[in-house]
Design a protein around this ligand. Structure first.
Ligand code: SF4
Length: 221
């Protein structure tokens, strides 16, 4: 049986108001939803702590915040600016290559369709979905990262093995009105309460609605 996501989303949406926003959302707000900076910050954020993503993005954007200026930087300079994000060498290479593609294939403008975004170096569905939601105001996408994948399974909304499977399963169980909110709500929840290891179930406002699937150890806090 699938647990109804709506009451859970309502409670989490209320609870996260007092919590810090994820790094990429903050960057989107600070840059008036600039698709280029949202794209690059999301690339940098993969498997990286938010504080590190925020600092690396700030250093990089201070030097270059357009596809043209970033494409002109040597990869080694980008590496130095974004270190210590995880996989900084690959990410620097992808960032430069994606800038080149945006200039050569899209007239210097970050594309606004899933198919076109997926042609950019280093861009998978998570990054493409977040750019579409935050910068192109899409109401038709759900962005699934590791937090959304893990928590959707713990909550019993889906039974899936990968974030891509989770994305497709969530379209079937979450009413469309909530699609753009799923990422912000569950990423914030994952960073503060439903952590990967030792989730804080005792302090969780949705504990009565959660079957805690796959949770074997909880935080005592
Ligand atoms: S009850 Fe525990 S497993 Fe369920 S959402 Fe809350 S913190 Fe996560």
């Amino acid at each position: 049986m699938v647990i109804d996501p709506v009451p859970v989303l309502k409670k989490i949406g209320h609870a996260i108001r007092s919590m810090e926003e994820p790094a990429v959302e903050k960057i989107a707000e600070e840059t008036h939803d600039d698709p280029f900076r949202v794209l690059i910050a999301t690339l940098l954020s993969a498997q990286t702590k938010d504080a590190v993503t925020a600092e690396a993005s700030a250093r990089l954007f201070k030097v270059a915040h357009t596809p043209k200026t970033m494409a002109a930087l040597p990869v080694s300079r980008i590496e130095k600016l974004i270190y210590p994000v995880s996989f900084y060498r690959n990410k620097a290479r992808h960032a430069k290559q994606a800038c080149r593609q945006i200039l050569d294939d899209f007239g210097g403008v970050v594309p606004d369709t899933m198919d076109e975004l997926l042609t950019l170096a280093g861009v998978g569905r998570k990054t493409a979905n977040l750019v579409l939601i935050l910068s192109h105001a899409s109401k038709s996408n759900i962005c699934v990262d590791t937090h959304v994948h893990r928590i959707s399974n713990r909550l019993g909304w889906v039974t899936t093995r990968t974030p891509d499977e989770t994305e497709h399963a969530l379209y079937k169980v979450v009413p469309k009105r909530w699609w753009p909110d799923v990422n912000l709500y569950l990423v914030t929840w994952g960073q503060n309460v439903c952590k990967p290891v030792y989730p804080r179930c005792r302090a969780c406002v949705v504990s009565s609605l959660c079957p805690r699937r796959g949770v074997t150890k909880e935080s005592r806090a």
